[in-house]
Design a protein around this ligand. Structure first.
Ligand code: GDP
Ligand code: MN
Length: 397
């Protein structure tokens, strides 16, 4: 589950990580109130207005603007709230901005003593260990740094038995070229950041940039945070931070029905039981010259009601030109599933306007094929994997 910058910063602050402070606003008026409050608390005269959407690269897309007085706060917040923000990380339509973070300006103009670093904490899947990845090249696209100047990216792997050791935090500060007060601040920053990552069950904390101010403070100016979905049951305070407006509406609806659905760009809808079979089915579709429109695992109970729900979800995607149902009948018998498909099809009538290919294998597969073939419906049945692929090819023309 991804969080907004302001939520990520809230978590950081609760673990003692220094952050660029800010207040969320949902309208231009609220932004002015927020700016006044920040001035009272921090003494800042200038403010940064930052669009809160689940996408990086907001600065490049015009979603981060500096306001030098309250009038500019009002104008810029008014412009940014409601806009469709297009960044290198969004689709071409962009993301609708519902709220902004009014933050204190922490950059001092013409100040050559400040530096921007990159720092993230994440799991290294190759070694199975958490790691801190960091670079002197902050504020930039880290993928670009990795490509052009990979020697400027450092990593620190953490042994789960010992946790982050003090010498490791010192090594981070050293590699970033810090000394004196800034060195000490960075050691504290790294330790608290790692603690925040671990104790919130996060899968990612990415801070880009980490700012070193001219008076040697180290602070998080941005925060991209993902919390592990599987841990949300025990992290209720973070689960509450979920913003459904930022997620695909079809995925949210499918999730509420208990279907594992992921929206994709292709034209063949898939309805499958089991994640492994779903992956194999997506390969099958590609081999037949199609592109999967979704990943959908209906789970263990493929009865008529469930099949109907899955049909409705798949058909919400206007790109779907055909649906491939690929079910393995183990505990659930194939004839039951076949009956479910036929019943759902009859119930839905005209709502289903694309060809359907059903491949059922396992217990009572032949009986299932009979049920489908005798139903009089426009459903193509197949028992073998290859047959199903050929039928997909056929209906796609
Ligand atoms: P992103 O573009 O989505 O990664 O958003 P960031 O929060 O990283 O902000 C983008 C850029 O805005 C940063 O790299 C900074 O250069 C700039 N920025 C952020 N905060 C301030 C600030 O307080 N003052 C000024 N002048 N620039 C800022
Ligand atoms: Mn950033």
């Amino acid at each position: 589950m991804n969080l907004h910058e302001y939520q990520g910063k809230e978590i950081l602050a609760s673990f003692g990580v220094r952050i660029q402070r800010g207040v969320v606003a949902h309208s231009a008026k609220e932004a002015v109130t927020a700016a006044k409050q920040l001035t009272a608390e921090t003494g800042t005269g200038w403010h940064v207005i930052k669009a809160q959407v689940h996408a990086g690269g907001r600065g490049k897309g015009g979603g981060v603007k500096l306001a030098k007085n309250l009038q500019e706060v009002e104008d810029l917040a008014g412009q940014i709230i409601g806009m469709n923000l297009v960044t290198p990380q969004t689709s071409a339509e962009g993301k609708k901005v519902h709220q902004v973070l009014v933050a204190e300006d922490v950059y001092y103009p013409g100040d050559s003593e400040t530096s921007e670093f990159y720092m993230s904490v994440l799991l290294n899947r190759a070694t199975g260990r958490n790691m801190i990845m960091y670079s002197t090249e902050g504020g930039m696209d880290i993928e670009e740094v990795a490509e052009k100047t990979p020697h400027l990216i450092f990593t620190e792997e953490i042994d789960p038995a010992t946790g982050l050791l003090p010498f490791q935090a010192r090594r981070v500060a050293f590699n970033l070229g810090l000394s004196g007060g800034a060195f000490k601040e960075m050691v504290k920053f790294v330790s608290s950041l790692y603690k925040a990552y671990q104790e919130s069950d996060a899968s990612l904390f990415e801070i880009n940039p980490v700012l070193k101010t001219s008076d040697d403070k180290i602070m998080a100016v941005d925060a991209k945070v993902s919390i592990d979905n599987n841990a949300l049951y025990r992290r209720k305070q973070y689960a509450e931070m979920r913003d459904l407006r930022e997620e695909s509406p079809i995925e949210v609806e499918a999730g509420a029905l208990g279907l594992n659905y992921v929206d994709l760009d292709g034209n063949v809808g898939c309805m499958v039981n089991g994640a492994g079979l779903a992956m194999a089915t997506m390969d099958l579709i590609k081999m037949a010259g199609g592109e999967p429109a979704n990943f959908l695992d209906v789970g263990g109970t493929a009865d008529a009601k469930r099949v109907e729900e899955a049909f409705r979800i798949i058909l919400k995607d206007p790109n779907v030109k055909a649906i491939l149902i690929n079910i393995f009948g183990g505990i659930v018998r194939c004839d039951r599933v076949a009956q479910g498909v036929v019943d759902a099809y009859k119930n839905m009538g005209d709502e289903i306007n694309v060809p359907i290919i059903v491949r059922l294998q396992g217990t009572n597969a032949e009986l299932a094929k009979e049920i489908i073939d005798n139903s009089g419906l426009e459903v193509h049945s197949a028992v073998q994997f290859q047959e199903a692929a050929d039928k997909v090819k056929e209906v796609l023309g």
